[in-house]
Design a protein around this ligand. Structure first.
Ligand code: HEM
Ligand SMILES: *[C@@H]1O[C@H](CO)[C@@H](O)[C@H](O)[C@H]1NC(C)=O
Ligand SMILES: *[C@@H]1O[C@H](CO)[C@@H](O)[C@H](O)[C@H]1NC(C)=O
Ligand SMILES: *[C@@H]1O[C@H](CO)[C@@H](O)[C@H](O)[C@H]1NC(C)=O
Ligand SMILES: *[C@@H]1O[C@H](CO)[C@@H](O)[C@H](O)[C@H]1NC(C)=O
Ligand SMILES: CC(=O)N[C@H]1CO[C@H](CO)[C@@H](O)[C@@H]1O
Length: 327
C-alpha cells in the first residue's frame, strides 16, 4: 500500500462517517437541547386549531415552498431588505399565509430555550401537526435543520411550479428536488384542503392561451360556468377565494383525485396530472385504494420532500427572529 496505508484509510473512513452522520436529520433532535420543543409546538397548535382550522393548508403549502427553494431552510420566511428581494415577494409567495403563527411559536421556543430551535424545523413540525389536528395523515419529521441566510425572489420563481405548469414542467421541477411522478401525484393531493385566489386560475376561464374570451377546454364547462357566474366574475379579480376541493376543503380526503377525473381540478397543473398515462394510472390506483393507504403513501412523499437538501451540523444558523438573519 502507498503513503496513506491501512491506518490512514480507517481514520479517513471514521471522519467520512462522522461527516455523513453529522449531515443527517434525526428524530427528536432537540431531546437534550430543548426537550419540550416539540410538545410546545403541538400544544400551541392544539390550542389554536379550533379557532383556525384553515391553518393546516397554508402551513403545509409553506413547507412545500420552503423545501423547493434551497432545501427546507426557512428561506421562505425571510423579509426583503433594501438590497434584496426575498422569496416572499415572488408571485408564488404572494398568497402564502401563516407567517404570524410561525412567529408566535418561535417566540415561545425562544423563551424556553433561546437560539436552539430552527425556524425551518418549526415550519416542518407545524405543518405536520396542523394536518394531523384536522384529522389528516401523519408523517415523521426528523429534525436538526438549520436556517439559511439567503432568500431570493428569482429562485422561488425558478423552482416553484406555477399553476399554469404543464406535465413536463411539473415532472422537471419535482425531479430537481429528487421527487418522482408518484411523489408529484401524492403531494398534489394536498390540494384536497385549502383555498385559491381567482387570480391563480382566472386565465383558464377568461383568457386561455392569451386569447380574451376563451376558456380552457380541459376544464369541465359546467364547473367553469359556475365559477364565472358565482365566484370569479372577471379576469382581474384578485380578491375572491375559492375552495379547491369544494364541499370538503377542510377534510384531507380523496375527493381531489375524484375531481381531477371529472376535469374539475382548479389549476392547469392539476389537470396536467391526467395528461400523462403514468400519473393518470397513479390517480386511479389511489382512488381504488383506501384513505388509509393514501395517508401512508402521502406520508412517504412528505418525508422525502422535507429531508431533501437540508442544512445541518454547522452550516446555516439558528435564527433569533424567523423573518431576519442574525446580525
Ligand atoms: C404540483 C405543483 C403545485 C402547484 C402548481 C401548486 C399551486 C398552487 C396554487 C396556485 C395555489 C393557490 C394559491 C392562491 O391563489 O391562494 C395553491 C394552494 C395550495 N397548495 Fe399547491 N401547488 C402545487 C403543489 C403543492 C404541494 C406539493 C403542496 C403540499 C404538499 C401544496 C399545497 C397547497 C395547499 C394546502 C394550498 C391551499 C393554501 C391555502 O389555503 O392557503 N401544493 N397551490
Ligand atoms: C410545457 O411548458 C413549457 C414552458 O412553459 C413549454 O416550453 C413546453 O413546450 C410545454 N410542453 C408541452 C408538451 O406543451
Ligand atoms: C391575456 O393573456 C395574454 C397572454 O398571457 C396577456 O398578454 C394579456 O395581457 C392577457 N389579457 C388581459 C386582458 O389580461
Ligand atoms: C388587486 O388589483 C387591484 C386593481 O388591479 C390592484 O390595485 C391591487 O394592488 C391588487 N391587489 C393585490 C393584492 O394584488
Ligand atoms: C417582516 O415583514 C413583515 C411584513 O412586512 C413585518 O410585519 C415584520 O415586522 C417584519 N419582521 C421583521 C423582524 O423585521
Ligand atoms: C407575507 C408577505 O411577506 N407578503 C408580502 C408579499 O408581497 C407583497 C408585495 O410585494 C407584500 O406587500 C407582502 O407583504
Amino acid at each position: 500500500m502507498g503513503g496513506l496505508g491501512y491506518f490512514g484509510i480507517v481514520i479517513f473512513g471514521i471522519f467520512a462517517y462522522m461527516a455523513s452522520t453529522e449531515a443527517q436529520l434525526q428524530m427528536n433532535f432537540y431531546a437534550k437541547s430543548c426537550p419540550k420543543a416539540e410538545k410546545i409546538i403541538l400544544d400551541f397548535i392544539n390550542k389554536h386549531i379550533h379557532n383556525a382550522p384553515s391553518l393546516a393548508a397554508p402551513l403545509i403549502r409553506m413547507n412545500f415552498h420552503d423545501c423547493f427553494v434551497r432545501g427546507c431552510d426557512a428561506s421562505v420566511l425571510l423579509n426583503s431588505t433594501s438590497s434584496n428581494q426575498a422569496e416572499k415577494v415572488a408571485p408564488p409567495n404572494l398568497t402564502l399565509r401563516g407567517f404570524d403563527f410561525i412567529d408566535r411559536i418561535k417566540s415561545l421556543l425562544e423563551a424556553e430555550c433561546p437560539g436552539v430551535v430552527s425556524c425551518a424545523d418549526i415550519i416542518a413540525l407545524a405543518a405536520r401537526d396542523t394536518v394531523v389536528a384536522i384529522g389528516g395523515p401523519s408523517w415523521r419529521v426528523p429534525t436538526g435543520r438549520r436556517d439559511g441566510t439567503i432568500s431570493r425572489s428569482s429562485e422561488a420563481l425558478a423552482n416553484i411550479p406555477p399553476p399554469t405548469s404543464n406535465f413536463t414542467n411539473l415532472q422537471r421541477l419535482f425531479a430537481n428536488q429528487g421527487l418522482d411522478l408518484k411523489d408529484l401525484v401524492l403531494l398534489s393531493g394536498a390540494h384536497t384542503i385549502g383555498v385559491s385566489h381567482c387570480s391563480s386560475f382566472a386565465s383558464r376561464l377568461y383568457n386561455f392561451t392569451g386569447v380574451l374570451g376563451t376558456q380552457d377546454p380541459a376544464l369541465d364547462s359546467e364547473y367553469a360556468a359556475n365559477l364565472k357566474a358565482r365566484k370569479c366574475r372577471s379576469l382581474n379579480d384578485n380578491v375572491t377565494i375559492v375552495e379547491m376541493d369544494p364541499g370538503s376543503f377542510r377534510t384531507f380526503d380523496l375527493s381531489y383525485y375524484t375531481l381531477l377525473l371529472k376535469r374539475r381540478g382548479l389549476f392547469q397543473s392539476d389537470a396536467a396530472l391526467t395528461t400523462n398515462s403514468n400519473t393518470l394510472s397513479l390517480i386511479n390506483q389511489i382512488l381504488k385504494g383506501s384513505l388509509q393507504n393514501f395517508y401512508t403513501e402521502f406520508a412517504k412523499s412528505m418525508e422525502k420532500m422535507i429531508q431533501n437538501n437540508v442544512k445541518t451540523g454547522s452550516s446555516g444558523e439558528i435564527r433569533k427572529h424567523c423573518a431576519v438573519v442574525n446580525s
